[in-house]
Design a protein around this ligand. Structure first.
Ligand code: ADP
Ligand code: MG
Ligand code: ZN
Length: 476
């Protein structure tokens, strides 16, 4: 009999933090380095006697990430030394957190095509990255640019049940961390260890797991999960091999995983508290400051946009573009309607940009200028086509909206009497159109409206003009 199996996955995700300097010294971020070992100092290259100095910003970003993932924030947090020898680790230990990690017990809500799932976050801890080995023929070189670059490691409980859930989770972390300034999450700046096991459906016990190390492409993660799940199921179903708890690597070319080593245990690392670093105390005041500075999470933001009546497609464009969503928020803060403003940005601005081969990412307009245009239209001082004309002038020539409006005679508010007089004349000159309208040709109304707008040189409040036209047609 062929059994049905359930997939069980837990993730350990390393994310490089977006700081100006490394975690324990003042070297700049390694991405600024042009050449190997450009960004090193005696501390991060492991010279004897050098002492680490904690980068405060790392704590703040780690706490912010914890708040985004609904974690408890530890008020007392400490560092430990994890000992192992490898040439890219000059101290022969990594500074990380074992006993008192900075965040614990979080939760992330996921929506997939199969439904919803809550994944529990076991903990988030801060640590330093290792360097890189560069192999050249028989020799290997070591590049310390990446040593002591700050990382957070986010450890989940074994709560994922499919590859899709894993990808939804990773994409969610990525957009949250990007929009929140935690990390740019470029390729390589977000790396996962994927722990996988399978168990017969309905079973309470977890199966033997393997850990696939250091995966950075989402596409590869998905392939690795599928391969590994099948390998486990075959082992259980057909006794193709005996499963052991081990560390494996995924080979991108063959699409298979290979054993690297038996899983090391905590004892193998001889962890002990790092006496060179003082415990960090996060008091109420500091925590409040971090909370106040925390940007709204993508989820909350999307929900707020949804409530304002903005469409799903527009929300998607907004939350993936921090600059544009900030422009929208700023214009709304100046008193404009959110849904209307979204339309101005995502339809009108985009339309104008497209004419010169540009895209939304090229948009350059101040919140003040955009708000000024929208307000002129909303108050009826100018009509929408004129508003669009002004917007084009601002985007294409850097014009000042109010000045441009005046200089081009767009701001003339037309009084009702003038509109009515023009309409009377148009009605007497267009007997045919009126007869057509009476005979049920709805299009005739549009041509009458067009004739009015032409007479008015496109000024006047279009809503008022339409209303007057309706009234006049009713009375004939
Ligand atoms: P270790 O200390 O050995 O690394 P942890 O308890 O920290 O073990 O777990 C590491 C990761 O492995 C976590 O993300 C956890 O959710 C996951 N995990 C633990 N057991 C299983 C299992 N049986 N199947 C899949 N994932 C697991
Ligand atoms: Mg672990
Ligand atoms: Zn340094």
């Amino acid at each position: 009999m062929i059994m049905k199996y359930e997939l069980v996955i837990g993730l350990e995700t390393h994310v490089e933090l977006n700081t100006n300097s490394k975690i324990f010294c003042s070297c700049g971020g390694h991405s600024a380095a042009n050449e190997p070992n450009d960004c090193v100092c005696p501390a991060c290259s492991g010279m004897p006697g050098m002492l680490p100095v904690m980068n405060k910003r790392v704590v703040e970003l780690a706490v912010t990430a914890g708040l985004m993932l609904n974690c408890e924030i530890s008020r007392y947090t400490t560092f430990d030394k994890k000992n192992y020898y490898y040439p890219d680790l000059p101290c022969a230990y990594q500074i990380t957190q074992l006993n008192h990690p900075i965040c614990t017990n979080g939760i992330v809500h996921l929506k997939t095509s199969e439904g919803e799932r809550d994944v529990r976050i076991k903990q988030i801890h801060m640590e330093e990255d290792a360097g890189k080995l560069v192999h050249a023929g028989k020799a290997s070189y070591v590049d310390f640019n990446r040593t002591s670059v700050p990382l957070i490691e986010i450890v989940t409980q074994p709560d994922f049940r499919s590859a899709e859930e894993v990808l939804v989770y990773l994409n969610k972390l990525k957009s949250m961390f990007r929009s929140g300034g935690i990390s740019e999450c470029e390729e390589g700046a977000m790396r996962c260890d994927v722990n996988i096991s399978v168990r017969p459906e309905g079973s309470e016990e977890f199966g033997v797991r393997s850990e696939i190390k250091n995966m950075s492409s989402f596409e590869a993660i998905e392939r690795a999960i599928r391969y590994e799940a099948q390998r486990h199921m075959d082992a259980l179903e057909f006794e193709t091999e005996e499963l052991v708890q081990e560390t494996r690597r995924f080979d991108d070319v063959s699409g298979k995983t290979f054993a690297m080593r038996n899983k090391e245990t905590e004892a193998d690392y001889r962890y002990f508290p790092d006496a060179n670093l003082m415990p960090i105390i996060i008091d109420d005041e500091w925590l409040e400051q971090i909370k106040a500075a925390k940007p709204e999470a993508v989820d909350e933001k999307a929900e707020a946009y949804r409530e304002a009546g903005i469409s799903e497609k527009e929300i998607d464009m907004l939350i993936h573009n921090h600059t544009v969503s900030k422009l929208l928020d700023d214009v709304v803060a100046m008193g404009c309607d959110a849904k209307n403003t979204a339309g101005w940005i995502l339809t009108d601005c985009v339309g104008i940009l497209r004419k010169s081969g540009k895209v939304l990412g090229d948009l350059e307009i101040t919140a003040e200028d955009l708000a000024a245009i929208i307000k002129m239209v909303d108050s009826g001082d100018i009509n929408r086509p004129s508003g669009r004309k002004i917007l084009a002038a601002v985007l294409e020539e850097g014009a000042d909206p109010v000045k441009y409006c005046k200089e081009n005679g767009l701001d003339s508010k037309v009084d009702t009497a003038t509109i009515e007089a023009i309409m009377d004349r148009i009605f007497s000159e267009n007997a045919q159109a009126i007869a057509d309208y009476k005979n049920g040709k709805v299009k005739a109304k549009q041509s009458l409206f067009g004739a009015c707008m032409k007479e008015l040189k496109n000024t006047g409040d279009t809503a008022v003009i339409r209303e007057l036209l309706e009234k006049k047609l009713e009375n004939i």
